[in-house]
Ligand binder design. Sequence first.
Ligand SMILES: *[C@@H]1O[C@H](CO)[C@@H](O)[C@H](O)[C@H]1NC(C)=O
Ligand SMILES: *[C@@H]1O[C@H](CO)[C@@H](O)[C@H](O)[C@H]1NC(C)=O
Length: 278
Amino acid sequence: MVPSTPPPLLALLALTVLSVSAAPNMTPDYEVKLLMDPSAALNPSDHKLTPTVLSAFGMPTTVTKMNVQFHDTSSKEIYSAGWSPRIRKSEGQDTFELTYKKRYPILGDDIDGTLTTANAQGFDSGDSNYDAQVEWGYSQKTLSISRKKTVSDSGYSGVELPNTSDARKMLVDETPDKFDGWVGDSWGTTKLASARIFGPVLARRSVGTWNKTQVYVEVWPIKDAEGTGVEYIVEASFKTDSRTEAGEKHDALIAFLTGKGWFVAEDSLKAGLIMDRY
Ligand SMILES: *[C@@H]1O[C@H](CO)[C@@H](O)[C@H](O)[C@H]1NC(C)=O
Ligand SMILES: *[C@@H]1O[C@H](CO)[C@@H](O)[C@H](O)[C@H]1NC(C)=O
């Protein structure tokens, strides 16, 4: 007699073994990002934060300048695959910061489901080279998984960024394996070798405090939709390791900004705007 085990039980056992042996999901931190109304938050003359905004967050008048460029082929094949390679130079630093960022849109509040999707694509807690972050906007959340590299800025000064050929070389030299092989062998380096610059955008960051939390307010002058002028994007943000705190303070900061007449009830899509307008 052949002993018969019901197939569903076998399937269940196999599933249990699989889920036990899989590496755990990455643990993200949280960055809440909310838009402020540039016509209310900026001086009309110099497009800097008004004294009222600075004082509400206990911010000094000094800012940190950050110059940022994104890189992609003209048909945006890298962005279409969910990746954003960028080079940033911050005032006072002596290195370029290269970031290779993969985005996963989060459906509703399903942060854990999205981490599981990323896990299935090779991003799990075993890879400490990548950082996971939930970018928590007004109504949408995005999981971003980033690999950061630094490259010496020798030969450059201030917040100067590399030209196209130097940037291509830096990004190709530092390309992480997962990005390179995302679509096929050497996909990433092949695309980067013919990439162009989207940007640059010279942003200004102010740092202050609100509700016992360090808060940043950044002003990003981005080319406007007509391509002839400048649209100022003003974004308030804070970071936390706690999902609960992110949610509570997200709502509290919206209430605070709304009370001041500074809030814009839209999601911030800076990278998308830059990819569209440059
Ligand atoms: C790019 O910048 C480097 C200096 O870092 C310079 O040697 C090179 O000629 C520049 N290339 C172009 C195409 O302008
Ligand atoms: C400060 O943040 C906490 C959550 O951490 C929230 O419950 C509280 O309402 C906030 N306070 C103000 C004044 O917004």
